[in-house]
Design a protein around this ligand. Structure first.
Ligand code: ADP
Ligand code: MG
Length: 255
């Protein structure tokens, strides 16, 4: 097992009734990369993602995360270990400000002992100050300062996406999973979002695993790009190589 793999999926299979959604699929995500996952509709991308994130338990095979076998582990345990997935801002958080939304991200990661709060009240307020300072840093990094005190429900679609991304920065992520983050976002905001993902990767060392239909975005952000078809990986490489691979063109457009 190589130390520089954050995610290592080994021979994973998942059937739904008679349908093989994912079949003996192996792929990995290198630490420090922005790895893309593409493939035609029904290729098994979301099922694979759900198995990596703990939402679906594979029938067979293993998911290795940061060197540990986490196959079948529930999402909240994976979260605690640093596997983060962006989620739409829940309705109940829309009446809180952007800053408050960031401060609400649970901090129950290893190294933080909330149990001690009872016995050391000062550390509780210290923690709150730390969380606020961190949230302000994230706001700053994402250039959302002007909407810091705006209710999340009043933010534009693109600003909400940035805030969702920002929430992954509040805890120590080892990998951030993005499932079609560009869906419904206009070109300008998409550039903004992509730019921030790039900066998180280059300046802060975040690793991303990205499912995306927008090929321009994949081409701009991702290296390598992994192609899935009919439940398993059929190719992997830089986008330029993927685009000119006849086998892939066949998988997308062939009968
Ligand atoms: P993709 O995300 O690449 O479009 P999916 O992983 O969503 O592919 O789906 C792969 C296959 O598994 C498809 O044939 C889909 O219909 C089927 N599938 C996915 N989820 C379920 C489910 N919960 N129940 C039954 N079939 C499913
Ligand atoms: Mg899907």
């Amino acid at each position: 097992m190589s130390q520089d793999l954050v995610i290592d999926v080994r021979n994973v299979t998942k059937h739904f009734g008679g349908i093989a959604a994912v079949e003996d699929c192996s792929l990995s995500v290198r630490r420090g990369s922005i790895t893309g996952l593409i493939g035609p509709n029904g290729a098994g991308k979301s099922t694979l993602f759900n198995m990596v994130a703990g939402n679906i338990v594979p029938d067979s095979g293993q998911v290795i995360f940061d060197g540990a076998d986490v196959t079948g582990m529930p999402p909240h345990d994976l979260f605690r270990r640093g596997m983060l997935r962006t989620f739409q801002i829940a309705h109940e958080f829309s009446h809180m400000t952007a800053l408050e939304n960031l401060m609400m991200v649970p901090g129950d990661q290893p190294g933080e002992h909330l149990g001690n709060v009872w016995f050391r009240p000062f550390s509780a307020s210290q923690r709150e100050r730390d969380v606020r300072a961190k949230a302000l840093d994230v706001i700053d990094f994402l250039k959302l300062g002007h909407v810091r005190d705006e209710l999340a429900g009043n933010l534009s679609g693109g600003q909400k996406k940035l805030l969702e991304l920002g929430r992954t920065m509040m805890v120590d992520a080892k990998v951030v999973l993005l499932d079609e983050v560009a869906a419904g976002v206009n070109r300008t905001l998409l550039n903004d979002l992509a730019g921030n993902i790039e900066r998180m990767n280059r300046e802060l060392g975040y690793t991303f695993f990205v499912i995306e239909h927008d090929m321009d975005l994949i081409g701009r952000l991702c290296d390598p790009v992994i192609v899935m078809a009919q439940g398993s990986k059929i190719a992997e490489g830089p986008m330029a190589e993927i685009r000119s691979n006849p086998e892939i063109i066949e998988a997308y457009f062939g009968s």
